[in-house]
Design a protein around this ligand. Structure first.
Ligand code: NDP
Length: 314
């Protein structure tokens, strides 16, 4: 059987992937988009999205992703359920890249737009996993507003945790920040910001034993890892900010990445180190990680792909 040949393949179905698909299909690149294991991406784990421009009353995350999919399909994007399990990317200009779907089907594409996103890391304890969506969140900017005037906690000692603790302190009455070591990893400037907020309490050497609550978060059981003393605190929102993992395992050894596994793109473009391969969204952005910024870089990736195809055609 001959291998399907495409102009453009888009890997991933979050805001970056679907926005790339809208632009690529309107430019007649006839893109095929593979959704991956989590169609719709991280936003399908959120309820209300209140910060995406154009939705004055907010929108439900899964609904927004469905609408983005419909918009991409309206212009002819071929959206397929399937996971890219392997790739053989070429370093030759005008060559085809090989993409393997579900360990069996091979597809060849002149341009590849990688929008596989990143996954928030969680502590992994049973009570935390059970209460995701019931007061456990990995995104303060997305969900902090729901805890306006309430007491919340955030775990992590990096820049994200410090930044999100500060963000939450503007909204919530009290923020308890839980740091597992006796120091924070966050920059001094971020730490200073945290320490200058009267309603942030930092607890060092502290780990979460259990998130208390049946269907919604009611508190945390904490343990001091130096003294082994435990206590509980009442909270309604529990934010996890212990880092993200970009979904780049299948590209390792082929694309340039930073120490954390994020794909490196060239300057203000979405170009990777290989011709015809572009990266957009959280897979190449550890700083902003917003739906709207992901969508913006998805648009850029489609424009970069279009220009690349035009340049090899001429
Ligand atoms: P980091 O990996 O930098 O920090 C993760 C934090 O979570 C660390 O304090 C770590 O503790 C802690 N942690 C990890 N696992 C656990 C666990 N199981 N239980 C408790 N705590 C845990 O991730 P960030 O998301 O904070 O930052 C990622 C990158 O993005 C960094 O390079 C950062 O500088 C950058 N960034 C920059 C921003 C800015 O400049 N405005 C804003 C946000 C991020 P430990 O220290 O003990 O390992």
């Amino acid at each position: 059987m001959s291998i399907e040949k495409l102009k453009t393949i888009i890997i991933g179905s979050g805001p970056a992937g679907y926005t790339a698909a809208i632009y690529a299909s309107r430019a007649d690149l006839k893109p095929v988009l593979y959704t991956g294991m989590e169609p719709g991406g991280q936003l399908t784990t959120t309820t209300d999205v209140d910060n995406f421009p154009g939705y004055p009353n907010g929108i439900d995350g899964p609904k927004m992703m469905l609408e983005l999919k419909e918009q991409a399909e309206r212009f002819g994007t071929d959206v397929r359920i399937g996971e890219v399990t392997n790739v053989k990317l070429s370093s030759e200009i005008n060559d085809f890249h090989e993409i393997v779907i579900n360990n069996e089907t091979k597809v060849h594409a002149k341009t590849v737009i990688i929008s596989t996103g990143a996954s928030a890391k969680y502590l992994g304890i049973e009570s935390e996993q059970r209460l995701i969506g019931g007061g456990v969140s990995a995104c303060a900017v997305c969900d902090g507003f729901f805890y306006k005037g309430q007491e919340v906690a955030i775990v992590g000692g990096g820049d994200t945790a410090a930044e999100e603790a500060t963000y939450l302190s503007n909204i919530c009455s009290k923020v308890t920040m839980l740091v597992r070591r006796d120091v924070m990893r966050a920059s001094k400037a971020m730490q200073h910001r945290v320490n200058s907020r009267k309603n942030i309490v930092v607890r060092y050497n502290t780990e979460v034993e259990e998130v208390i609550g049946q269907s919604v978060v009611e508190g945390l059981k904490l343990i001091n890892n130096k003294t082994n003393l435990t206590d509980t605190i009442p909270i309604t929102g529990f934010f996890v900010a212990i880092g993200h993992k970009p979904n780049t395992d299948i590209f390792k050894g082929q694309l340039e990445m930073d120490d954390n596994g994020y794909i490196i793109t060239d300057g203000k473009t979405t170009k990777t180190n290989l011709p015809g391969v572009f990266a957009s969204g959280d897979v190449q952005d550890k700083e902003y990680r917003q739906a709207v910024t992901a969508a913006g870089t998805g648009c850029m990736a489609a424009l970069d792909a279009e220009r690349y195809l035009a340049s090899i055609d001429s």
